[in-house]
Write a new protein. Structure first.
Length: 238
């Protein structure tokens, strides 16, 4: 899959900077969950018991008066020091992920359509583990603040083609009402408890907008450039 070059686009009514960049292969290549016969254990929903109260939220659960940045399939609550990136697939020109840089960490989020009564995270975790293992990475399945998550050493190719290195990443997932939200945490949030708490709070604040249009399970809920938002967040450098 061809990737676009990095470009920068600022939404005039949003005080956080917005970049459009190519999606990272180790994340976007793992979008589709494996096909096969349903498995009762794999179909179980996975989410914190307090998700509806403390997030990530469904649109119907979110505070309507809060100044969210509207990105279509997700809404992001702005805050000081937040930098927002949109990851674009060159072949289709569609936005395939939202990247958030905050407090020394990065968080990539992707919203997917899901069945009403079953979940996608348990099955998707197996696919992510298989993908990273095939790339030569290492993975550990642990219980995190959102439930089961993957802690991984992900191989990364050097920009000059001289070889590969690795980066630490946390893969988290939440099964909501008719949607599934996947997050990838990198940076200080993978090693520092204080930084992890901050980036986890950001993930908790995400609102998923499933909409009423019928969609096959595992289809990416459409994302868009922000058009208008009233925020109190201070501008940050791209």
């Amino acid at each position: 899959m061809k990737r676009s070059k990095k470009t920068t686009a600022e939404a005039a009514a949003v005080t956080t900077d917005v970049e459009t960049i190519p999606p990272t292969d180790d994340v976007v290549d793992a979008i589709d969950a494996p096909e096969g016969e349903p498995d009762l254990d794999l179909d179980a929903k996975s989410a914190p018991a307090d998700r509806a109260e403390n997030g990530p939220f469904d649109e119907a659960e979110a505070n309507a008066v809060r100044p969210y940045i509207d990105l279509g399939g997700v809404k992001i609550l702005p805050r000081e020091g937040l930098n927002l990136r949109l990851e674009v697939e060159e072949s289709s020109k569609r936005i395939v992920a939202v990247g958030l840089d905050y407090a020394g960490s990065s968080l990539q989020v992707q919203p997917f359509a899901a069945p009403r009564t079953t979940g996608l995270w348990h099955e998707t975790r197996l696919q992510i583990v298989e993908q990273i293992t095939k790339q030569g990475g290492t993975v550990t399945d642990v219980e995190g603040p959102f439930g089961p998550e993957i802690r991984a050493q992900v191989p990364v190719a050097a920009a000059d083609g001289s070889g590969t290195s690795s980066r630490v990443a946390r893969f988290v997932g939440i099964d909501g009402p008719r949607w599934f939200l996947r997050g990838v945490i990198a940076g200080e949030g993978t090693s520092s408890p204080e930084a992890a708490e901050k980036i986890e709070d950001l993930f908790r604040s995400v609102v998923v907008v499933r909409g009423t249009q019928p969609m096959p399970p595992r289809d990416l809920i459409p994302l868009k450039m922000p058009t208008s938002a009233s925020t109190d967040a201070a501008p940050t450098d791209a």
